[in-house]
Design a protein around this ligand. Sequence first.
Ligand code: ZN
Ligand code: ZN
Ligand code: FE
Length: 716
Amino acid sequence: MARIDQVLSHPISGAVPATFTIIPSQPGDMRTSITPDAGLCLNCREELFDPINRRYRYGFTNCTNCGPRFSIIEAAPYDRCNTSMRRFPLCDTCEIEYQSTGDRRFHAQPTACAECGPSLWLEVSDNNNVYARDDSAISDAQARLKGGEILAVKGLGGFHLACNALDKNAITRLRKIKQRASKPFAVMCRDLDVAGKYCELSSSEADLLTSSAAPIVLLTLKPEQLLPTAIAPGLNRLGVMLPYTPLHTLLMECFDTPIVMTSGNRHSAPQVTDNTQARKLFSDEVDAFLMHDRDITNRVDDSLVQLIDGTPQVLRLARGYAPMATPLPRGFDANHPQLLAFGGDNKNAFAIAKAGTVVLSQHIGQLGTVESLSDFEKNVQLYLKLFEVLPAKLVSDSHPAYRSSQIAAAMADALDIPMDKVGHHHAHAAACMLEHRLESTHPPVLALIQDGIGAAVDGSLWGCEVLYCDYRQHQRLASVKPAALLGGDKAATEPWRNLLARLHETYGPHDAWPAMYQKRLQDKPLDVLIAAKEAGVNTPLCSSAGRLFDAVAAVVDICSERQSYEGEAAMKLQAAAEIWLANNLTPLPYSMNIVRASDQLLLVDPIPIWDNIAADVIAGAHSGEIAAKFHLGWATVWCRIVERLAANLPERPAIVLSGGAFQNRLLASMLSKDLQLAGFHVLQQSLTPAGDGGLALGQIAISLARSDREPDTQQE
Ligand code: ZN
Ligand code: ZN
Ligand code: FE
């Protein structure tokens, strides 16, 4: 599990020491990083199924190469007494292993065996009495899953809700419990063979699944549709993970079909980690609990990764990857102030910087509910304690209404320290630059940021832009012709509103629209919304890429009425396009205009697509073909814009692609290929999320680069 960051050598005097010793931890400045949790290693797996091994079928087997780390730590340094394993004194045999230099469990802090370690049981929801223990708890849980029951399973970083992935009734029930209408569920498969029965599986995807991080990997479903569509409605991909703890390995042993494993939480609340809380929340909902007594100190959700043209892209950075510590690139001042960056309100993750290292937190999630905010603050305090950080400055997003920005402001006040605000899209760009280790003085890049909505430093709402930027400054050179968000926030959940806005802008009053569009929106309050737009009531202008994708989705009747989760319409539009492109010749892209606004800004004007889409719909074109032509046209027009902008620059810049829309694998792949063909060096995120989960890294880089430039403004 080691990762070499640096090799230093110091000559020593005197005789070469005869042995290697680990001395007890001493108080002092904390510089070590906290290791992420790791999936069951092959050696431990062998022991688990070896009848003469003393850990045969023991559900908490681990060693220095695998097992819980961050999820059980309470304080630094990482010693057993600072973890939730403190409650389990080592038995004599475990103690000998722990002390033996040659043993795989030498100083393995969470080591345990059936004699001294945590144990496992199953309780039924009626009375929460223990119904079975150890191996019989496993076999009982297996029988219940086969029989269609829903179980709450306590894992490594939190509870999952589990059911048989082939059982439609169980899935329907699970959707009710989670209050989740159509957001896809992830599944767990016993091994690669089972996963390969249902999904296409490349060797790099297999490598990711079996890596020690053991994330959920988004795999393309086989066209035969062997699983109920209710698992991932309208999508062509499925999130799949392999068992990553001994407990999961034992549980999955008898299944040659997938088991749904979705995080155990109520709608938009954080995943449950605690036994009592799980009983309270789920006793009326699930049939049984598979539980254990190793406390989860820190919640870590499952990480989510996809492969784009063979390169992994982390969509959710959590178990197995977080906390993610990276050294700052060259040129950043090694004596920089300690920083805490708050990220954003969506898909929140925060970051700290200390002594030349940046640490990105695990995915915290949506900030908004009281529960999620207190979870966020708890995690921030934990990181400050674990990494012994006393922030000298706080950094937040520019958005004044973000809860994360408000919490940062209150904390800066309380600690009496300065605060930096960073434009949302500049932060996206800097996050990508930091991941690629661009030096602090790197010449400016052209950053193509495609996002939902982000606040600029002047308070205006941006969505999709090309920035000419370095770590310190940014200049906006291109964007999308903005459209009104009819009904404000409602435009983000009801795609037809965005179609209406674009049609009105293209054709004017609705009696002038092509008949097909009139029919599509005939039951909508068109006059009321247009009147509101003209009066400027609750209809802010926005250049969002996401809302334009929503408008196109609405034409082909994908989530036209409502999206039940963020990005649903765009994800389904992408799926339709991918399925079409996999089975047909690549069609000609829809063309879009490039216009120059009065302030010299280049704008993509999608106006021509509406006539073309109407003609295709009338000609009976498949929705997948329309989706494909739109994706192709969108990639083409942005490539042309980048070429035009680059032609006017003194040096050919590197191209940064970042923002939530680049989690659209099709778009990311098409654009990076087009730009590379045009001769550009293209930088995309792989290890850190291109969406808002990576924002905090960019905030850190920008704030540090700015304070490097103004060394004299810092006061004691
Ligand atoms: Zn191991
Ligand atoms: Zn033991
Ligand atoms: Fe964003």
